[in-house]
Ligand binder design. Structure first.
Ligand SMILES: [Zn+2]
Length: 235
């Protein structure tokens, strides 16, 4: 090899390819139990496995469960932006491995991965859809299929960055359409929506709602990172 492998976050040379250097690995903040069994948001204290977060009680989501591998902080942001704009496609494999661990309570039931789609115009600009790459890697690791043609964006949406949570919800409302393909084949299986980062959840909720309107399948969500606000985010 002409060039030594580099850390996927900081570009320092490392021994093994497809990984992080020891310093960056030590800084990754994994989402670990105790967390809300529905939203996967970490709790400061263990209140028992059946205790839901206030957020999940106040606004029950249209999906059954959401899990994320890491908390979205500066390091996770750096990784995701390298992944999205820096052509570091090997990150998909690395992130997917962590996502398999994060979703370990999903894999006991047959699932089908559904990546959050990009609008075709944005897809052309970026050349690839990062959620699709994550879904493909998850398929490889778990053996469950990915179906990206199942849900599509019927209209372009503004970037969610910088929008308030209400605006985010409005921005993606009715933006997705679920096609009728594969209905028979995947009857009874769990749908797992795959995204790189879950911020307020508006996008994955909009997709889950489109599925619920058409199918009885249970819908779960998995992401590489999730934004955690409030005191837990400060730990
Ligand atoms: Zn590093």
């Amino acid at each position: 090899m002409l060039f030594p492998p580099c850390c996927l976050a900081c570009d320092e040379p490392i021994i093994e390819a497809d990984g992080l250097c020891a310093a960056c690995w030590g800084r990754l903040r994994f989402v670990s139990k105790p967390y809300c069994p529905v939203l996967g948001i970490p709790f400061a204290a263990d209140l028992g496995a059946s205790v839901l977060s206030a957020q999940a009680i106040a606004n029950p989501p249209p999906f059954a469960r959401a899990r994320a591998a890491v908390i979205y902080d500066d390091l996770a942001r750096q990784m995701v932006s390298q992944f999205k704009y820096g052509d570091r496609l090997e990150l998909a494999k690395f992130c997917a491995r962590l996502m398999v661990n994060a979703g370990d309570d999903y894999w006991g039931t047959p699932c089908v991965f559904v990546p959050v789609p990009l609008h075709w115009r944005r897809r052309l600009l970026r050349r690839y859809n990062q959620s699709q790459l994550l879904a493909d890697q998850l398929s490889e690791l778990t053996g469950f299929p990915t179906h990206s043609g199942w849900v599509a964006r019927k209209r372009p949406t503004r970037r969610q960055v910088g929008l308030s949570s209400k605006d985010r919800e409005q921005n993606v409302r009715g933006a997705f359409v679920v096609t009728d393909t594969f209905l028979e084949e995947y009857q009874g299986q769990h749908i797992v929506i795959v995204d790189d980062v879950v911020t307020t959840g508006a996008t994955v909720e909009a997709i889950a709602r489109s599925f619920k309107a058409k199918y009885r399948n249970k819908v779960n969500v998995i992401s590489f990172a999730r934004v955690v606000t409030g005191p837990i985010g400060a730990i």
